[in-house]
Design a protein around this ligand. Structure first.
Ligand SMILES: Nc1ncnc2c1ncn2[C@@H]1O[C@H](COP(=O)(O)OP(=O)(O)OP(=O)(O)O)[C@@H](O)[C@H]1O
Ligand SMILES: [Mg+2]
Length: 462
């Protein structure tokens, strides 16, 4: 039986396999050299010529290549077709953990009925701290939402992110349909769920390559922070007015944020007051440590603070950015150099510059509907640009403990004691600040509890 030229060539005795590609390439190269400028017709002619040509290696190899390519293509057809159908009939939504909305989606899971049926769960303390929450585990899950099937794919990378123990996580939702309105509605529900949550409670976050929930945080109660008469009430009223003036700010075209500066000696209640205000208004606190950030990361951090939050810059005088600019020197220099120290060591370049800070507090990158709160022990060290209205709109000095403040704190510790007795105690015990006075009361209370316990023990023995 006559063999085809291709088969003959491939099965010929002495056909060294290693020679075939070389011969094939030589044949093709020879033909290509002879080709004039190629168009589709000449390509076709070339292929036809090669297939029917003299060089059996070249024509056999080319035929095999074409057959192989067609085979691969045909085999991938069902998958391609399936992907095309899926692409045409479904919608997808992805959220990664470097976005604040990632936490919101997790929170939303907790409110869903289908969670009861999910059998692969993940224990999560990033949402509710000690009240560990159960959310769907990494992997694929299905549920029904508004009469449509939803698939969610929760992915978590095995490798950690740089030097942090964090592993990249993402959530991908897919549902049937082509109308993006439905996905927008889904997102609105997630946002609404988040808003419900934040108006109920106040959480503390710190920035570490993304906002991280601080587990060991308990907000203060406002009545546990004792200021001079009227101070607290006035501040609360100011915040209330701001929070209800959303429409007015917009109408007037004024950026909707407000800056507060709490200043005074250490231990006078600045941090406690911020915590208490957060709790009073159900606003979470986003604490920024400017020494750990640079201008770029600060911008990222502040722009991802959700509305209705407090952005807290603690001890702003200790941070280079907050410092007063030296009297000599030009504005332009200051905008690009770390503040107050032109010969700064290289590590300082990682700090935030004054212009970086000013921009996020009241500039192009300032977020809307947030309270900026700064605390300091040295107001005189702050740059006037930071203190101008729009950046600091309300200053409150928390000074040394007044007589009335001490009496009120004493009566919180010992409610059974009369006003006169409390006053007598305050007069006979020296304490400059409320922190010092609180220390005094704590040891007194401890002593009292111990003697009461001893008394009870003695009575029991008799
Ligand atoms: N006005 C106050 N009312 C009630 N407690 C106070 C008050 N001031 C201070 N304290 C108590 O003193 C301690 C220190 O308070 P806090 O940390 O708020 O002071 P601070 O002004 O932020 O100090 P620093 O400037 O050192 O940061 C807290 O335990 C708090 O309970
Ligand atoms: Mg403090």
């Amino acid at each position: 039986m006559a063999q085809s030229p291709v088969l003959r060539c491939l099965t010929a005795p002495g056909n060294v396999v290693a020679q075939a590609p070389f011969a094939l390439m030589c044949g093709l190269a020879r033909k290509l050299r002879r080709l004039p400028v190629m168009n589709m017709k000449t390509v076709f002619e070339f292929v036809k010529g090669t297939l029917a040509g003299q060089n059996q290696f070249a024509s056999g190899g080319l035929l095999l290549m074409i057959v192989g390519a067609i085979g691969v293509y045909v085999r991938s057809l069902p998958l391609r077709l399936w992907s095309w159908v899926i692409y045409q009939t479904t919608m997808m939504l992805t959220v990664t953990d470097d976005d604040t909305a990632f936490e919101w989606v997790k929170e939303w899971f907790l409110e869903q009925k289908f969670l009861k049926r999910v059998r692969w769960l993940d224990l999560d303390t990033s949402l509710r701290g000690d009240e560990a929450a159960l959310i769907p585990a990494p992997g694929s899950h299905r549920f029904w939402y508004c009469g449509r099937p939803f698939w969610v794919w929760f992915s978590r990378k095995d490798e950690t992110q740089g030097w942090t123990p964090r592993r990249l996580e993402s959530l991908t939702f897919r549902t049937i349909g082509r109308d993006p309105k439905f996905l927008k509605q889904f997102v609105q529900e997630v946002i609404a769920c988040h808003k419900r949550k934040i108006t109920l409670a106040s959480y503390l976050y710190h920035f570490d390559d993304g906002w991280r929930y601080v587990h060991a945080y308990t907000p203060r109660m406002l009545d546990s922070v004792i200021l001079r008469p009227g101070e607290k009430e006035h501040l609360v009223e100011d915040i209330q007015t701001f929070r209800s003036s959303d429409e007015r700010y917009r109408r007037l075209g004024v950026p909707y944020h407000r800056g507060y500066l709490l200043y005074g000696p250490p231990g006078t209640g600045k941090t406690s007051l911020v915590s208490a205000l957060g709790a009073k208004f159900g606003m979470s606190i986003y604490a920024v440590n400017l020494t750990e950030l640079n201008d770029r990361t600060l911008k990222v951090a502040i722009s991802s603070v959700p509305a209705n939050s407090v952005v807290l810059f603690e001890d702003i005088d200790c941070m280079k950015a907050g410092n007063r600019r030296p009297d000599t020197g030009e504005w332009a220099d200051k905008a690009i150099q770390p503040l107050g120290n032109e010969k700064a060591d290289p590590a300082d370049r990682f700090g935030v510059t004054l212009s970086g800070l000013l921009n996020v507090v009241d500039g192009f990158h300032a977020p809307e509907n947030v309270l900026f709160v700064m605390t300091t022990n040295k107001i005189e060290a702050l740059d006037p640009a930071l203190m101008r209205p729009g950046r600091i709109d309300y200053k409150l000095f928390l000074g040394k403990a007044a007589h009335v403040q001490k009496i009120e704190l004493y009566r919180r510790f010992f409610p059974e004691i009369s006003q006169d007795e409390a006053s007598e105690f305050v007069e006979s015990h020296f304490a400059e600040t409320m922190a010092e006075f609180q220390g005094l009361l704590l040891s007194l209370e401890q002593e009292q509890s111990r003697s009461e316990a001893e008394c009870e023990e003695a009575t029991a023995l008799v």
